[in-house]
Design a protein around this ligand. Structure first.
Ligand SMILES: NC(=O)c1ccc[n+]([C@@H]2O[C@H](COP(=O)([O-])OP(=O)(O)OC[C@H]3O[C@@H](n4cnc5c(N)ncnc54)[C@H](OP(=O)(O)O)[C@@H]3O)[C@@H](O)[C@H]2O)c1
Length: 264
């Protein structure tokens, strides 16, 4: 029997499959994907040799649900014809309670919020287990999502906060990058040079945060000499309330996430 069936072979489903196969989580022939679009099925067959690609769900042990929120009820209805060992849902805004109402009664459900760097194996995912999910189910979900990055456990009510922080987070960094490239151009740098310097600066700063063991605050203080260039720049950012803008931005995304499933 198929060990893991991914429903929806779009960006997130394919990123997960790629991570699972690459990391050796399971041999390709123990994973399968269900995708309703024929052209995407063809792409998946070429990209993941050995992974079975189906049009409809097949008998399987565990399931990863990776369809759009509006397709989740129909996909669950297809799955609800037989019991499944467990279901991991990456569908944004659809609660465990709602998923439980659509699936075979008593199915262990783990809900997750990954983010787009999943495509490169550097996702930040938060997971929450439903009432029927055991410690083993959570460990299993962590092992699946570890193949595309780091995973933290949260109570379900905090998944909206994770959406506001890490789910939407890449877009905040992209906005900062856009602004920095433009700023470099305004100061006379060639656009490509400005882009290269910006990207490497963000990459380097992220690696320092990840690898130095120091907090952001300590790292920032270390590059801010008294009365120097960085201090002059930071004074402008603080006077324009950039910090407060980030607090409000994460709050706005979190609030929007809470209402995402309304009307499904
Ligand atoms: N992309 C991200 O970075 C990201 C991050 C966090 C969470 N998520 C969540 O991940 C889920 C998937 O997102 P995505 O960006 O991968 O979407 P996507 O690219 O649209 O992929 C979903 C795929 O599943 C297909 N599909 C829909 N219902 C199906 C069914 N019943 N059986 C088989 N295939 C079906 C869709 O076909 P059609 O195109 O015909 O609908 C589409 O090809 C969403 O709920 C999203 O909230 C995504």
């Amino acid at each position: 029997m198929t060990r893991l069936l991914v429903i929806g072979g779009g960006r997130m489903g394919a990123a997960l499959l790629g991570g699972l196969v690459r990391s050796g989580w399971a041999p390709a022939d123990e994973c399968a994907v269900v995708e309703r679009r024929p052209e995407i099925r063809e792409v998946l067959r070429t990209r993941f040799p050995g992974v079975a690609v189906h049009e409809e769900p097949v008998p399987c042990d565990s399931v990863v649900l990776a369809v759009k929120p509006t397709d989740a009820a129909a996909a669950c209805a297809q799955l609800a014809r037989a019991p499944r060992a467990r279901v991991l849902s990456v569908v944004a805004g659809v609660t465990i309670e709602r998923l439980a109402g659509w699936l075979w009664p008593g199915t262990p459900i783990v809900r997750a919020m990954p983010n787009t760097p999943a495509l490169l194996g550097t996702s930040a995912s938060a997971i929450a287990g439903g009432p029927a999910a055991s410690e083993q189910d959570l460990v299993w979900a962590e092992s699946v999502l570890s193949s595309i990055g780091v995973v933290v456990r949260l109570p379900e009510r905090l998944l909206d906060a994770a959406t506001g922080l890490s789910g939407s987070g890449p877009a905040y960094v992209f906005l900062v990058a856009e602004a920095l490239v433009e700023a470099g151009v305004l100061e006379g740098l060639d656009r490509e040079v400005s882009r290269v310097l910006t990207v490497q600066t963000i990459l380097g700063a992220a690696r320092m945060l990840a690898e130095s063991g120091e907090s952001a605050e300590v790292l920032r203080a270390a590059v801010t000499s008294p009365g120097g260039t960085t201090a002059a720049a930071l004074r402008v950012l603080e006077s324009r309330a950039v910090r407060a803008a980030f607090l409000d931005a994460v709050s706005a995304s979190t609030a929007r996430s809470r209402t995402l499933g309304d009307g499904l």
